[in-house]
Ligand binder design. Structure first.
Ligand SMILES: NC(=O)c1ccc[n+]([C@@H]2O[C@H](COP(=O)([O-])OP(=O)(O)OC[C@H]3O[C@@H](n4cnc5c(N)ncnc54)[C@H](O)[C@@H]3O)[C@@H](O)[C@H]2O)c1
Length: 378
């Protein structure tokens, strides 16, 4: 069995789906690892590093031929249409494929008679934690969010008691306490800030406290949805939440927003009016700005300055720490694929809820409802 790691082609993507330290795990179960020349360059892994670890480097000129022969292709972003079309029947492409948006790729995989698996759809169950790339990449983005806030802030995060007097710690408010939010809380705490947080899921209160944050309780219903995710708010509740959060926002030196809803645009948590209640010198970090934005005035990939308040819009955040983001991702790839490999052959057990959940196309048949609906519409 052979697994191919192509170079990522999307602008701004610096991660790679395999790192040298994970190559040996695959060769140890009789899987040959092929890496397109230069695939790891943006994550600081050279072709020589992969070769030393036991992988074979494929020159880009040979990539199309190799694509037609391998059993698995693992990438971070979904394969391009022209590459997916070249997959051999029965081959597996694994990535963060979006079943409802990457319709061309879904169609190309179907027409090739191949299989597409998406990390977006790995079930959130304990057994699948090691396979969960949404979690591993959220850890990176949450950590980075607090570093960005600390870096942009024109004052200290920690308490300082000096001979010249005492400096009070910065107040950081985190909205959305899922995987990224909890990591943002932990990182801001380690940097010495005073951290508070809010989330609509009741379970998040204890998790926030366990990270050393203060949970903000609002006089509102909680919104626990299925699979441990949040439910969407009504417009009325949303407006009331914004009203109740405003005093907490104006009292904060930094606000970090991480709220998301599966398969939907991010909820609007902070209006421009709310941002304007903050003091000049304050920072807003919107981790959701690529998926609609939690903050009305954030722009993905830009820092907006509004009367001295800086609003940082996230874009390709995991790619800003490509070494460890890639390492965690590569370990997720191994954890997801290796149970299906026996004596150098891969076969997905579709009675396993993990594979049943994350397979979008199986041997040319679209199995995912969102993908079926999107391909039907396109
Ligand atoms: N394998 C596993 O068991 C596993 C792995 C990862 C996460 N989880 C669980 O899945 C859940 C979601 O995690 P995630 O980080 O991927 O979530 P996510 O990225 O979908 O959302 C981030 C956070 O935003 C919150 N949110 C949504 N709307 C909001 C609003 N209007 N106001 C405030 N907050 C809002 C959500 O409740 C969530 O905590 C958590 O319960 C987490 O513990 C389980």
């Amino acid at each position: 069995m052979r697994i191919l790691i192509p170079r990522e082609t999307r602008a701004g993507e610096r991660r790679v789906a395999m790192v040298p330290s994970v190559v040996g795990k695959f060769t140890g179960i009789d899987v040959e690892v092929l890496v397109e020349s230069g695939a790891g360059a943006h994550a600081f892994f050279s072709d020589a590093d992969y070769t030393a670890a036991g992988a074979r480097i494929i020159p880009t000129d040979d990539l199309n031929l190799v694509l037609e022969a391998v059993d698995v292709v693992a990438s971070v972003r979904s394969l391009e249409y022209t590459r997916a079309r070249r997959l051999k029947a029965g081959a597996i492409a694994l990535s963060f494929l979006s079943p409802a948006e990457d319709t061309d790729v879904v169609r190309a995989t179907r027409d090739a008679g191949a299989t597409a698996m998406s990390f977006d759809l790995v079930p959130r169950i304990s057994r699948a934690q090691s396979m969960d790339a949404l979690t591993s990449q959220s850890l990176v983005t949450g950590y980075r969010a607090s570093l960005v806030a600390a870096d942009l802030m024109p004052k200290f995060f920690p308490l300082f008691m000096t001979a010249a007097g005492t400096i009070q710690p910065a107040k950081v408010l985190v909205l959305g306490a899922g995987v990224a939010g909890l990591q943002a809380i932990a990182t801001a705490k380690r940097l010495g800030a005073r951290v508070s947080a809010y989330d609509v899921r009741p379970a998040s209160a204890d998790e926030v406290r366990s990270m050393g944050g203060t949970f903000i309780t609002l006089d509102l219903d909680t919104l626990e949805g299925s699979g441990g995710y949040a439910r969407e708010m009504t417009e009325e509740r949303s407006a009331r939440q914004r009203e109740l959060l405003t005093p907490h926002i104006s009292d904060s030196d930094a606000v970090i927003t991480t709220a998301a809803l599966p398969g939907r645009s991010a909820p609007l948590l902070v209006t421009t009016q709310m941002v304007q209640t903050m003091k000049p010198g304050s920072i807003v970090v919107d981790l959701a700005s690529e998926s609609g934005g939690n903050v009305e005035c954030s722009v993905a990939g830009e820092i907006v300055d509004m009367n001295g308040i800086q609003i940082w819009g996230a874009q390709d955040v995991a790619s800003q720490m490509p070494i460890h983001a890639s390492q965690l991702y590569a370990m997720n790839v191994f954890a997801l694929l290796s149970p299906a490999v026996t004596e150098g052959h891969i076969s997905l057990d579709m009675d396993d809820e993990v594979y049943a959940g994350c397979v979008v196309v199986l041997d040319g048949e679209i199995r995912n409802e969102a993908a079926l609906a999107a391909v039907g519409k396109a």
